[in-house]
Design a protein around this ligand. Sequence first.
Ligand code: PLP
Ligand code: COI
Length: 344
Amino acid sequence: MAMNEKIDWSNLSFSYMKTDYNVRCTFRDGKWGEIEVCSDESISLHMAASCLHYGQEIFEGQKAFRGKDGKVRLFRIEENAKRMQNSAKGIKMEPIPTELFVEMAKKVVELNARFIPPYGSGSSLYLRPLEIGITPRVGVNPADEYMFIIFVTPVGPYFKEGFKPTKVAIYREFDRAAPLGTGKWKVGGNYACGMGATAKAKANGFSAALFLDPKEKKYLDECGPANFFAIKDGVYITPKSESILPSITNMSLQQLAEDMGLKVERRPIPVEELDEVQEAAECGTAAVATPIGEIYDEGMNKTYKISKDGNPGPVTTELYNRLRGIQLGELPDTHNWTMVIENV
Ligand code: PLP
Ligand code: COI
């Protein structure tokens, strides 16, 4: 983006835009090196790098927000660092120390200050931290060397509907598969297995696929890019599952729901229970809290009508407003979730 080009901040989609800089750090000879500031968008990689064959790659998502007071904030950034360390351990990659992760996140935002959407635009600066194994490997072995990169891109809403009820679909023929978690480890990376379901959902006019538990296909898991929650008789219910990503947004919304006096239940949710919920939504950094108005279950040939009047439900709306309010510095950050970035 040339210096004098104008960005239409209020009409951004969730897509990649070239910014000025990315930051990189390489793990080699048993230690992390210096942080490099780079304006090149490409990387030079050995064709046998372990990320290319055996999928030694993990990523995170985070946003920087320009607040009402003009300050720029990150949201629970240490939680992203912690989750990425867990992902790394899950597939034998080198964990990135929290201090390095946070320092690089702050730096990349500072360096790209002109790409932080203004307050009131509804957009934010998305950070995409990613780590890859770069050692040439042919046998199935973890790499010795790793590259950690954070790039940024200004984004608008993940779903074109914005904060309006969306439609999602359940297809039992697809598995979300192992990458999002086998047993103890929940790995944020390699989403390719879920792409068939999402592509089918989009081709049929849905905004996302809703996955069921891979073992029995009886319980709700999560959507392609986000966790799932529902409101049932004043209770915030969300799936407890071994095969979903532990969403930082979901964790935060559970706390906000409790602050609002709601009970929170994390438990297996059978698909049929959708008949009894008054509200449903997908939640995540990119999705924030996007209401779900309708859920189509292809296998059972059944549509669950969640939103009766085509509007977001009152509880989802209040949760959304509280979360956004904290992220944008409009509401007191009583849980100490935000970190202000100086120099921007
Ligand atoms: N589930 C999946 C599959 C995701 O990709 C994401 C986004 O990162 C989430 C859930 C939400 O996680 P978070 O709220 O930490 O962004
Ligand atoms: C995020 O919410 O940050 C994610 O990583 C979701 C991604 C699939 C866009």
